[in-house]
Design a protein around this ligand. Sequence first.
Ligand code: GLA
Length: 436
Amino acid sequence: MSGPAHPSRPARPSGPAPRCRTLTLLAAALVLAAGPLTAVGGRPAAALGNAVAATPPMGWNTWNSFGCSIDEQLVREAADSLVASGMKDAGYDSVIVDDCWFDPRRDARGDLHGDPERFPSGMKALGEYIHARGLKFGIYQTPTDRTCAQRGHDYPGATGSQGHEQQDADTFAAWGVDHLKYDWCSEAGTLDEQIAAFTRMRDALRNTHRDIVYSINPNSYHADKTGATYDWSAVAHLWRTTEDITSAWDEHKADNSYGMSVMDIVHLNGRLGHQAGPGHWNDPDMLEVGVPGMNETEYRSHFSLWAQMAAPLIAGNRLPAMTPAVRDILTNQAVIGVDQDGLGRPARIAVDSDTELVTVRELAGGDRSVTLTNTGDTAATVSTTAAGLGIAEAPSYTVRNLWTGAAGSTTGTLAAGLAAHETAMYRVTPGGPDDR
Ligand code: GLA
């Protein structure tokens, strides 16, 4: 298959008007196997060490709202907004500068620099500004000769890391970079060549002796989308499994092609949970919460499902313009707690029909998180049972709704009346109040 047109700046559809959200928990009972959970095992951790990505990384990235139109002032304001809005306190601890930050020419020694007009203070100074606010500094580069914007002729030059791997890793370490997004951006290259190139930068980063989260995307421009078909856990802390996300609920894509909607991504990434765990995460791409294209109900579903998939939570909305509703979604501690759960075991899809999606995730200590999503276009009740979730029955269960905070204790079925595209998310604990 030939690669799709791949604009470096995604087109943003305008979203439908927000709808009222009506959620009714009709009854609940969920079930947990009482015994101890087995430890995460069987998968090698990324060879860089797990500590910097023991749980999925959280932060904010320039790309989804600003594309190539970035400068140092915008990035500084984003860092300030992360702090002022409470996002930092909620766990978003990284500011990641995506494509188009660099001078399109390397200097006489072959070193990279920030674009002198848009980043006149330099990247080291920008990193210092970010660090001074208690945040981490992330940056974007490619293993090939051109970044995606350069490949798409939206940005001049050919300043990829190919042939400069250690030099660039050393530069990033000297600038205080804490997170590298390393994006393939080429039609060329076999899987073996991709593995070799991504491993070269992994080793170059390790040689710097700086803790740097290593986030790779093998898919961009490439026909094979090897991010979804190869287990990259020995190479990187996180790897993109899909083509670029777009702010849309469901495009009903049959393939992993450019402009993936939330549901397209869930159908694909939601089946890869077995290969993720502490230090090595599937990356279903950055969040579109607050980026025009979906309504608040859909943002809430998107966020719930990313948490269930143990996805990196990298916001991409315009932070200073964030509405209270969007802020409340992005900072929901109960949902973030599921995403960041220490067991690090992503959810399993229990039901996936034309109108219903049900997922269940094992959490540290024996709880389960469960999502019920109405994927249909009209209001409906979605329900599940212990047997449907594949977990053993127990006499009683405490159930907490992670969006409303409502708690109850029931036996029987967990069911919710849901608006179109709405998700109910629960944390389920074995034993009712009488047992605790
Ligand atoms: C690719 C990536 C995006 C973004 C752009 C930048 O499309 O998948 O996330 O980094 O490149 O050009």
